[in-house]
Design a binder for this molecule. Structure first.
Ligand code: R1P
Ligand code: URA
Length: 303
């Protein structure tokens, strides 16, 4: 492990760290997919005050909740030169979309973590908020992930590095998950629970769906698989949590995954609720995270 910032060990955990000795010898680092760079942008000035990082377009909402200055129109996409990702910042909150699937979020995280490192950010909490398919729970529920598991229900992420399979840990921060669960008591209008999240490489066959262009198994096989997943403690399925947990863990970032469930996969495969219901469900994680951020900043006033 390389520690870059400070010789005092108590300080090390506070700064975002990278684990790449080669970065030290680079004159310039171009964060290509974010359209930012260490020579072209003053990253500490732009991002040095970031304390919370979200993965969805969430800034306008939290800006209003925190009563920060300016209008929604003031919020410019920071990654204007690329259409790969969008990034917004309001006060100490940075919000980025990550696309779908492990490769997309992994590229974003490499560049984001370097950005936080170059910007000398410290005490950062990073939260993925998004949607998922629930298993055996009411649609609209939030699952706070304790551990991301793979399609074999194993708590690990297999990263292929050169021609070697490297197994990485996918446990998320337990204290942070509990703190988020505590915050959920303030929003009793939807259930929130802590559980395992299965992370897959595909939305259709990879999540046991019968409605893709390809399907090679029966309804009985599908249900048997999902019921076995439920028995191991898996409560939802999505497509990014494992590499997110692994990379954040390796870089010492306190991380959480907070996803709403759009359907109960023991009952159906299609996401067939009206658009307005789905949009309302997608606000559930935002409401919870907004309470969490307000509490952390000492700005929470229950209504
Ligand atoms: O709502 P988001 O964050 O995109 O997450 C889920 O939705 C997508 C599939 O519809 C996948 O990315 C999955 O992880
Ligand atoms: O079933 C679902 C719903 C949202 N996202 C997923 O990955 N799966």
């Amino acid at each position: 492990m390389i520690s870059i910032f400070c010789p005092f060990s108590w300080f090390l955990n506070r700064f975002v760290c990278v684990k790449n000795p080669h970065l030290n010898s680079m004159d310039e680092d171009i964060l290509y997919h974010l359209d930012l760079g260490t020579k072209t942008h003053n990253l500490p000035a732009m991002f040095g005050d970031v304390k919370f990082q979200q993965n969805e377009g969430f800034c306008a909402f939290i800006r209003k909740e925190l009563g920060l200055e300016g209008s929604e129109e003031d919020m410019q996409d920071i990654c204007t030169g690329t259409d790969r990702y969008c990034m917004y910042k309001t006060g100490p909150v940075l919000s980025i979309n990550h696309g779908m699937g492990i490769p997309s979020i992994s590229i974003m995280l490499h560049e984001l973590i370097k950005l936080l490192y170059y910007a000398k950010c410290y005490d950062v909490t990073i939260i993925r908020i998004g949607t998922s398919g629930g298993i055996g729970i009411e649609p609209g529920s939030i699952v706070i992930t304790d551990t991301a598991v793979d399609s074999f229900f194993k708590p690990q992420f297999e990263q292929i590095i050169l021609d070697t399979v490297v197994t990485q840990n996918t446990e998320l921060d337990k204290e942070l998950a509990e703190e988020l669960l505590k915050c959920s008591k303030e929003v009793p209008d939807f259930p929130t629970l802590i559980g395992h999240t299965m992370c897959t490489y595909d939305f259709y066959e990879g999540q046991g769906r019968l409605d893709g262009a390809l399907c090679s198994f029966s309804n009985e096989k599908k249900l048997d698989y999902l019921q076995r997943a439920y028995k191991t403690g898996i409560r939802n399925i999505e497509m990014e949590s494992s590499v997110f947990a692994a990379m954040c863990g390796l870089c010492g970032l306190k991380a959480a995954v907070v996803c709403v469930t759009l359907l109960n996969r023991l009952e159906c495969d299609q996401i067939n609720l009206p658009r307005e219901v789905l949009l309302e469900y997608q606000q559930h994680p935002q409401k919870l995270i907004s309470i969490f951020i307000k509490k952390r900043l000492g700005r929470y006033n229950p209504k």
